[in-house]
Design a protein. Sequence first.
Length: 246
Amino acid sequence: MMEYGKPEMMAVAMIREIKKGDVVFHGLASSTPMVAMKAAKALGIEYTYLTLSDGVDHDWRNPPYVASTLTENTYRGSVATFGLEEIFDLFASGKGDVAFLSCLQMDKSGRIAMSFLGGDYDHPKLRGPGGAGSATLTPITPRTVIWKPQHDKRTFIEHVEFATTSPALDKEFTLITPLCIFRKPIGQRYLQLDGIFIYTTLEEVKENTGWVIDETEVPVIDPPSEAELSALKQVDPNNILAFEFK
């Protein structure tokens, strides 16, 4: 069995969110979903790859060489070019399926802070990137998948004071962290712990989450297969996947 760690496990969890026929998007500074989406192509999953102001279905065989996802690496070989407004229109018209997005903080309702942390809106301790893709896509995307390479009580808190966006009740919403996967099923108000990764425990997840987790038993998610790990190695020889975990 090939060796793997948290970066590979998170990427594989993302790959497994992509289904045949999906239209899938990731934004800027998205090295983990970029590698995962390239690997999904290497595994033979037939889907449409969209990224911010870049190419549509670029040549996934081009390995990434920097963590930035607004480069010719996700443009060369594209069948078309989409700008951000066109991506928003596509998803608003119901033709998009999955959006991989991230956050600064999140609470149990899936409310996301992307605008600022600490202080107030006019005088923040940390100014974030703001709404953009998250605010527009989260309410309208059938399956939003949030990834966050840190799992601690500073990130996953009881209540987000200023929510940049929040999930819709009639849409699926998933959170993937280095320890586990949370899901908010359609019609439910709160995230539920869906499964933990093989190298952690329910107790560790609870200790590092800022809201109360009621589950007493949860499934252990299957580890990466040899095929999944091989696909990651194939598309990412420069190990860009490790960037967010340094």
